[in-house]
Each structure stands twice: as structure tokens, then as C-alpha cells.
Design a protein around this ligand. Sequence first.
Ligand SMILES: [Zn+2]
Length: 574
Amino acid sequence: MTNFSEAKEEVKKAADIVEVIGQYVDLKKRGQNYIGLCPFHSERSPSFTVNQSKQIYHCFGCGRGGDVFTFWMEYHNLDFSQSLKDLAERYNIPLPQKRDLYADRKKVELKEQLFKITDLAARYFHSILLKSPNGKAGRDYFSRRHISQETIAQFRLGYALNKWDGLLHYLRSKNCSLDRAAKAGLLVPKGSEEYYDRFRGRIIFPIFDLNRHCIGFGGRILDDSLPKYINTPETPIYHKGYSLYGLDSAFEDIRKRDLAIIVEGYMDMLVLRQHGISNVVASLGTALTSDQIRRLKGYTKNVIVLFDPDDAGRRAALKSFPLFLNEGISAKVAVLPQGEDPDSFVNKHGSDTFKKLLKRAAPIFDFYLDQTLANMGHGIDGQIKALSEVLPVFMDLGQGPTRFLYVHRFAEKSGINEAIIWEELRHHSNTSHLKSRFSETQNTRKYGSDLQFFNLLLHYPENIDTFKDKEWELIVSDPEIIAIIKVIMEKFPSEGNLDRIEEFLDSPVEKEQLRVSLMSQPFYSEESVSQAVSEFEKKIAKVKVSQSIRKASAEGDMEMVNRLIRKKQDLDSR
Ligand SMILES: [Zn+2]
């Protein structure tokens, strides 16, 4: 392999875009394309489209799209070189060693260094837990919580000594850059060039990304002191609210069972896994974010959320309701008996009872309604408050059976006459002037004939040469399409195909237009192509004649005008 563009082309050939994206987005075949729910914006009906023959994807909702590399970069939040490296590794494509060509080389190197350090740290914490005499507190904790040796090994659990320089000494002995270790969130800088351990006297839960790189850590204190948990801060490799604990080892089962169970804590997840419930992830202590929900969306659209039965748990459930709604995920809520968390519950009652509890999980909307009504209190006052609280939610549901059923349910539960709710909804929709941002797509604004010509060139590129020197600009009026065709005319002769045209375009609008048109059906059948070509040629000729007529008449050359008019009639009659 001599250079990067060759390697890139190799990877593109090997890494089928439907296969790659299909690992993260549930894709269904629809005509010549595959469609699914967009992982990059909130949507309930799929507008995310993947085209296998062109090896591109495009979301008709948010406009994002590109090739397999663009997807990898956006989905995993990586830069190009890292994406090339990841995909090349997956598909066994050797890469050239020198990466000087890339400006983001430094960033990639930094991330690689950080991965190395987090991996070292995970090993260190793990070996302290297993072997160090001072790790007894950690071992005692896990045995008290019934965590097995297998679980400890599988999740690489660890223990941080209650010292300011435990990890610090270890990293120094391994010749690690302490500055890098601080960048990875493991050490805290103290004055100039001095550091101390961030995690001290804590149980350690390493957090992994989908490629099984250790990206960060959670640390739980053993006594009652505060804070109970600390996590890796925001670093170049760890982004709060983005990862789900355990997703790297759960996503296959989540897809297989078409159900994800979300718990709050590390221990909840570990204990459930130990009881054979494999499709479970933890939200890492924070309230669920839409990024986290979107991560799951590629594997399943069915989620059961387990919240602790305390106030904080209830509030978290209420907060997550609109997030699920926006992502088109049908979420249910399982509420544990008072005083229990998933960990204690499953240890006490076993996994069968736990599964029964899951079966009884209520749709999150019911949970939401019950909680809202309970919070608003009784009487007319409470009813009015509850109604004004849920109206915007009903509006969000859009027209259709879902809203109908929920309005009915709300009427039942609240005792408010259903007719009144519908009346209020009508009133609300009349006063709201919000229009869907996407109701008017790019294409409807373009001129039909521009698109026809463009479509012809894209689907039958062998005709590009015919128009190259024919003043085709005369029959295209849209500046974006003109810009794209210019690039195509310039690059196609040497490229021989249209695969890389998007790379030569500067503006995102042009890139998007190109993808949309590449994905559209050909307007012309094989048989009608040559006729279409000659019609476009004729059109160009006619525009040219009309221009000449205007010029000649402006100059007063009536003889010329007459000759040109005859020529135009001649063209029309052909
Ligand atoms: Zn989208």
C-alpha cells in the first residue's frame, strides 16, 4: 500500500456501507435503498437512507450524509484518520505507516496515547483489587455485594488505593507522561508539574467504548462520605452523557432480544448481568440524555427503564419521557418496590421474579400521566394544571392513533371530559404557527428541468462528454447544480466515475444536493436516454438562437433576425 487515497479506496471497497451502518442503525430495505431511524437527529419515522450501489447515506430529515467514513466519523465522534484506521483494521486493509499527510495526526496520536494510559490504569486498578494486600477493602466490598470473580474479570473492575500517589507512582514507573495522564482525567494537576491521583479509596469501574477502548472510569466510595461517585471529567476520549456503561458487551444481545433495559448504577448493571440478564446497560449516574437514547436506537426500539422508587428516580423518569418520545422509542418504566434497587431486588428475589417485574412495566406515558396527576393534586385546580402540563406533549404526538389513545387515557385518569381536551387541542393547534422545518424539501424548490438534466448526467455518466463543450449552463438555472455539474465535467474524464465527486465540492449544500440526486431514481430508462440527450441538445441550441435573436434585434440587424427566427422554427419542428 503506497498512499492513503489508495488505502481509502481499498477500505471503501471492503467496508460495505449497509453492513457498517447496519451495525448501529436498524435498516430496512425499501426499494433501491435501505432506510432507518436517523442516529443524528430526533425522528419517529425513518428518513435516514442508505444506498448500497452508490455506497452513500443521506438523511432527508437533517441533511447529514456522506460515505462510510463520514458515517464512522460522525457516529463515533472521531476524525478522519482515526476512522480510516478503525475501518481498515476491521476489514484487514494494511495502512501506510507515515501519516504526515494528515493535519489531525496530532489529535489521533493524543487519543492513542490516552487509550494506552487508560488501559494501563485499568490494569493497575484491577491488579490492586485482585492481588494487593491493601486491596482487601475492595475485595470485601465486592464479595459483600455478591459480585463474582468472573464478573470482576469480565468488566475489569478495580480498586484505587486510598493514597494521593498510588497510580501516580505506577504510571511514573511505566515511563508514562503524567501530563497525558492528567489529560485522560486520571491525575489532577497541582501547581506546576505536580499531580495527584483523582481516584482514591474507591471501587473502580472502567468504561469502554464500542471498540472496547477504555475511555474513562467511575469510582465509588466505600463508606458514607461524599461524593458517593466520581467519574472521569470531560476528556478528548470521554464525553459525559454520551456513553452507556456496558453497551460494548450488551449491544449484540440487545439487538437479538429487541429490548434494552436501562438501569441507573454500575452495580445494578453488574448484578443483573450476573443473573443472566445480558441486555442491560447503565446510564452512568447521570440523567438519561438523548445522545444515549440515540446510541440504543440502532439496536432496538424497545426500552425498559428501571428507576429507583425514590423522588430522584421518579424525576429522572419524567425527564426522560420527552426524550424517548422524540426518538420514537417505545419506552416502559418498571418501578421497584419501595426501598429496593435492581441490585438488592434481584439478589433477594432472583432473576425470574425480576423478569416478571419487567413484564409488568408500564408504558412511560402512563407513568408520566400518573405522576403528573399525582403531583398536581386533586380537584379542579389540579385538573387544570395537569391539562396545561400535558397539552404540549399531546401536540408533540402529532395527529394519529397514538395521540388519540393517549388523550383517551388521560381523560380516563384525570376525569376531565375528553371533548374538552380535544377542544383545547384544537385551540392550541390553531394558535400555533409552527411548521415542520422539513416540510419543504430542497428538491421542491429546484426547477424540474435542472434536476432532469442533472439526473441524466448522474445516472448515465457516459453522456457527460457529450455536453462538456456545449454551453449546458444555458439550460440550468440553479447555481448549486451548476457548481456541481462543473466539478463533474472537470473531474469525470480523469476519475472515470462519480465516486469521489463529493470530495471535490466545497459547500455542504452542494454535497447534500449531490447525495440526494444520486439517491433518486433515474428519470430516464435505458431506452429513452438517447432521446433525452438529443432533447437537451436541442434545448441548448434553442436558447442559443433566442439569445442571438435578442442580440441581432438590439443591433437592428433585421435580416439576421429573420434568418434566426427561421432557424428556431426549424428546431421546433424537428
Ligand atoms: Zn437525520
